[in-house]
Write a protein that binds this ligand. Structure first.
Ligand SMILES: [Zn+2]
Length: 442
């Protein structure tokens, strides 16, 4: 088993975003906030993340310029990283014909697994060190079946992906996993999750670590969606981003000034339980009229059933028994042109817009990204959201706001899980190479 340090939750994400000063000198790029790190390490980790997250690669000259370091300092660090087989030099992919030498993470250095668990689905991804996805398995589940059954499926899916790709289990170095509930900060478990009965305080990380022999990091699924879309999707490089995962539950991942905002106990972003209608329907959390009870997957299915019982003409009535109608069916029929299905989703969009308007007034983000299964209906959902946000939020807050669907589609959270898994191992390898050099010098 690899020796590793637990990640500082979301390191990696701050590198091109945060300004800080160290030893009286202002740095443009800073992310590594662990006090055990010396300045050399700090530069090294910043260099690694710039290499990871700059689209089309970054050259030594650009690194020196961005970090305010000398060419010699960059060369020394890059030599270290090349010796650890972590970084390669390749021809750049600039379209203009000029092909400078750029640095990239050595994709074959190892592999990681990213898992997104929702209330009704699991998406498992296998990726190399450059975050390129090599295999994917999707499965339908019911999260209320509890942690043993669901996590055993995750273990089996991981093994199945190694068999299919021919990658040895020992080359899988870490796993990132997202769950649809409030994750105890750094605790590897959820606390009081409304839609995850049986999961309260279950040690998700140690259960998987024991079975797979690799480090596992656990995050909230919507937070991972924000990280995934920040790293590789619609929100690349944004400092203030909100990702909203709409499924049976509704959760938000908040990136505030370049940092994932967890809140005091890790439950920030539970937008699904914002009250929209004080006298509205009962919610899974015990309150009335929460966003989730009006626009979540169950709410959408319930309105469909009510409309059929009322005698409305809709292609949904072909589904029997009508009690088996799920929100996915409503989305499918909306895409096929069924007016009632479209009206139900437009209503859901309006409720989402009301909650998002509140969020926009509070956090003033640059971009709000709508993810989850419902995002595939695109403008049908985005239009009522945009209109409601415009009507209900302050002009100052919404004037430069973009509202978009997730670029990575259903993979947003899974890609965020891969970013987290890579955060653990890539930075860990960099530290090991430091230790090796120190041992040599003694
Ligand atoms: Zn609620």
């Amino acid at each position: 088993m690899l020796k590793y340090v637990k990640p500082l939750d979301n390191y990696g994400i701050n590198v091109i975003l945060i300004e800080a000063s160290t030893q009286g000198k202002k740095l443009n790029n800073f992310y590594w906030s662990d006090s055990r790190q010396n300045v050399k390490n700090f530069n090294k980790h910043a260099i690694i993340d710039l290499i990871r997250f700059t689209p089309n690669g970054i050259s030594r000259i650009e690194l020196a310029r961005v970090l305010g370091l000398t060419r010699a300092a960059i060369t020394a660090t890059i030599n270290d990283l090349q010796e650890a087989d972590l970084v390669h030099e390749v021809k750049g992919k600039h379209p203009a014909g000029r092909k400078p030498i750029v640095l990239e993470i050595n994709p074959k250095r190892g592999y990681v697994v990213g898992v997104d668990i929702g209330a009704t689905h699991i998406t498992a991804l296998l990726a190399d060190y450059s975050a390129l996805v090599l295999d994917e398995i999707d499965a339908s589940i019911d999260i209320s079946e509890g942690p043993h059954k669901i996590l055993d499926m995750v273990i089996e899916m991981t093994k199945e992906m190694t068999r299919r790709t021919g990658i040895s289990e020992s080359s899988i170095h870490a796993m990132g996993i997202g769950v649809p509930g409030p994750v105890v900060a750094g605790g590897g478990m959820v606390s009081g999750p409304p839609i995850m009965p049986g999961w309260d305080k279950f040690p998700i990380d140690t259960y998987l670590e024991k079975a797979l022999g690799i480090p596992v990091t656990v995050s909230n699924d919507a937070e991972l969606g924000a990280i995934g879309e920040w790293a590789y999707g619609a929100g690349r490089g944004e400092r203030n981003l909100v990702y909203i995962k709409v499924g049976r539950g509704i959760g938000a991942g908040l990136l505030v000034e370049g940092q994932i905002y967890h809140g005091a106990t890790g439950s920030a972003g539970e937008i699904g339980h914002i009250t929209i209608d004080e006298n509205g329907p009962l919610c899974s959390c015990g309150n009335r009229g929460c966003l989730e009870a009006l626009a979540g997957g169950n709410a959408v299915a319930k309105s469909a059933i009510a409309r059929i019982k009322r005698g409305d003409r809709t292609t949904l009535s072909a589904i029997a028994p009508i009690s088996s109608i799920r929100s996915e069916d409503v989305i499918d029929e909306a895409c096929r042109g069924d007016l009632v299905s479209q009206q139900i989703l437009i209503d859901a969009g309006r409720h989402l817009g009301t909650a998002i308007a509140g969020l926009v007034n509070l956090f003033n983000p640059n971009i709000v990204i709508i993810g989850g299964n419902v995002s595939r209906i695109g403008d049908l959902l985005l239009e009522p959201i945009r209109k409601t946000v415009q009507d209900r939020s302050l002009k100052m807050a919404s004037s430069n706001l973009r509202i978009s669907t997730a670029l990575l589609g259903k993979r947003s959270s899974g890609m965020g899980a891969i970013v987290q898994a890579l955060n653990m191992v890539i930075h860990n390898f960099a530290d090991i190479s430091d230790e090796r050099r120190l041992t040599k010098a003694e």
